[in-house]
Design a protein around this ligand. Structure first.
Ligand code: AMP
Length: 436
C-alpha cells in the first residue's frame, strides 16, 4: 500500500495540529493517496446520553429548503415540566469486558467513561467482530465512541488500516476528532479533518503526512478524492454519522461516490436518527447484514418549559427580545435561532450594539470564526449565541438555559430539535417562540 511521505513537519493547521501530538520520526503514515456491572445506566442523566428528539428536517445549509409546515402555535406552549420517570438501562458490559487493547482501555478510563451507553453496550461487541452496524441513534447517545473504539482497536491491531468518517457538519467532524484525540493520544495513529469552509491546502498537507483516519464532510471529502489526495481503495472501514442529516443537506450523491471508491470488503458503521427511503437504499447498497441497534430516545421537551411570545402590533420584536435578555439572572445562557444566515448576522450585531455579549454562527462564517464563537459561548465569555439550524446541529453545549425561536421553525421536528439544546442532562430549560 502506498503511503504519504511528503511534507514532514509541516505547519500547524487550524483543526488538527493544535491537538495533534507530533508524529514520531519513522512512524509510517498510512492513509494512502494516489500513491458487568449492575449499576444502572440512566437515560438522560449524567453521564448524559441524552437521547435527543427526532431530527430536524429541511433547513439545508442554513437557508430555507424543503417543505414548510404550518405549525399550530399551541404546540409551542407547555407548562408541564414533569420530568418523566427515567428509564434505567442496565449495561451488559463494562469497558473492561470488551475485547480491546489494554492501551485503549486506559484511554477510555482516562476519559472517565465507566459504563457503556446503551448504543455502545449493544454495538461495540459486534463491531469488534467486524460486523456492519446500523445504529439508529441521535447525538447525545454516545454514538461517537461506539464507532471510534472498535476502529481505533482495529488500527492498533494493524497500523495499515484506514478509516473514513463522514459527518454532516464541520462542527460535528471536529467534535469527532476531539474524541478521537482523547482516545488515541500516544497510540501513534492520527486523524486528519477535511471539512469545507477551511483551506484545502492545509488539509492536503496533513493528508500527505499520513493518517489512519480521515474525518470530514461529504463535499470536501469528495473534492479530495477527486483530486487524488485521498485514495479510498484500501479503506476498509467507513462511518456515516447522522446519515439522515447528510441526506437533508443534499449530500447523498457525494457520499455514494466516495463509498463506491472504498474497498469492497469493508466494515460499515452507519448511524442515523431516522431511516428515510434513500438512507434505507444506501444501507441496502453498501452494508452487508448489519446489526441493527436502536436506542430509544427520550422526548427532551419534557424537561423544557415552552411558551410563546406574542409581539403586539407596533412593537418591535427586537425590543421585546432585548428586554427579556436584560434579565441576566434568568437568561444565563441563551441560544437564539433564526432562519436565514443574514438574519442571524443582523440580529447578533444588533444585540452587540445594545451591549449584550452575543455571537453568531452560520454557514457564511469562516470555520475558525465559528469555532472561536462556539468556544466563547461554551466558556461563558458570550452568553448569547444566535444560530441557524444547520450551524447548531449536533452541538453538545451544556447549560443552555433558554432557547429562543426568534422565528418560527419550518417544521415541528426542527422545533423539537432546537429546544432539545436546552433541558439537557435532566436540567430544566425554557424554550420561547416568537409568534406574531
Ligand atoms: P455523543 O453522542 O457521541 O456525541 O456523546 C454525547 C456525550 O456523552 C459526549 O459528551 C461524550 O463525551 C459523552 N459520553 C459518551 N460515552 C460515554 C460514556 N460511556 N460514559 C460517559 N460519557 C460518555
Amino acid at each position: 500500500m502506498s503511503t504519504y511521505q511528503g511534507n514532514k513537519g509541516s505547519k500547524k493547521t487550524p483543526y488538527s495540529s493544535a491537538s495533534r501530538p507530533s508524529r514520531p520520526t519513522g512512524s509510517k503514515p498510512r492513509f494512502s493517496a494516489s500513491k458487568g456491572p449492575s449499576r444502572p445506566f440512566k437515560h438522560g442523566s449524567k453521564p448524559s446520553f441524552r437521547g435527543n428528539p427526532s431530527p430536524s428536517r429541511g433547513g439545508g445549509r442554513g437557508g430555507r429548503k424543503g417543505s414548510f409546515e404550518r405549525i399550530d402555535v399551541s404546540r409551542f406552549i407547555s407548562k408541564s415540566t414533569i420530568i418523566e420517570k427515567e428509564e434505567i438501562y442496565l449495561p451488559t458490559h463494562t469497558f473492561s469486558d470488551f475485547a480491546i487493547d489494554a492501551r485503549l482501555k486506559t484511554a477510555i478510563a482516562n476519559k472517565n467513561y465507566i459504563y457503556p451507553s446503551p448504543i455502545q453496550d449493544k454495538s461495540i461487541p459486534h463491531a469488534l467482530q467486524g460486523r456492519d452496524i446500523l445504529g439508529i441513534a441521535d447525538t447525545g447517545t454516545g454514538k461517537t465512541a461506539s464507532f471510534l473504539i472498535p476502529l481505533i482497536n482495529k488500527v492498533l491491531k494493524d497500523p495499515k488500516e484506514t478509516a473514513i468518517i463522514i459527518a454532516p457538519t464541520r462542527e460535528l467532524a471536529i467534535q469527532i476528532e476531539k474524541e478521537f484525540n482523547d482516545f488515541a493520544r500516544g497510540l501513534k495513529m492520527f486523524a486528519v479533518v477535511c471539512v469545507g469552509g477551511a483551506p484545502i491546502f492545509a488539509q492536503i498537507k496533513n493528508l500527505r503526512r499520513g493518517c489512519n483516519f480521515v474525518i470530514g464532510t461529504p463535499g470536501r471529502l469528495l473534492d479530495l478524492v477527486k483530486r487524488g489526495e485521498i485514495d479510498l481503495s484500501t479503506t476498509r472501514s467507513v462511518v456515516l454519522d447522522e446519515a439522515d442529516r447528510m441526506l437533508d443537506m443534499g449530500f447523498i450523491n457525494d457520499i455514494t461516490y466516495s463509498l463506491e471508491k472504498t474497498h469492497p470488503e469493508r466494515q460499515n458503521l452507519f448511524f442515523s436518527a431516522t431511516l428515510p427511503k434513500p438512507i434505507e437504499k444506501l444501507i441496502e447498497q453498501f452494508t452487508s447484514d448489519p446489526v441493527r441497534v436502536m436506542v430509544k430516545t427520550r422526548d427532551t421537551s419534557k424537561n423544557v418549559e415552552q411558551d410563546v411570545i406574542r409581539v403586539a402590533r407596533g412593537v418591535e420584536k427586537i425590543d421585546v427580545l432585548a428586554e427579556l435578555l436584560t434579565k441576566k439572572d434568568e437568561f444565563k445562557k441563551v441560544l437564539i435561532f433564526s432562519e436565514m444566515k443574514h438574519a442571524v448576522e443582523k440580529l447578533s450585531k444588533e444585540l452587540i450594539k445594545r451591549g449584550f455579549r452575543a455571537g453568531s454562527i452560520h454557514g457564511d462564517k469562516r470555520h475558525n470564526e465559528r469555532q472561536r464563537t462556539l468556544k466563547a459561548f461554551k466558556d461563558d465569555q458570550l452568553n448569547i449565541l444566535v444560530a441557524t439550524d444547520v450551524a447548531a446541529r449536533g452541538l453538545d453545549i451544556p447549560d443552555v438555559t433558554h432557547v429562543i425561536n426568534y422565528e418560527i421553525p419550518q417544521t415541528y421536528d426542527t422545533y423539537v430539535h432546537r429546544i432539545g439544546r436546552t433541558g439537557r442532562a435532566s436540567a430544566k430549560g425554557v424554550a420561547l417562540t416568537f409568534v406574531s
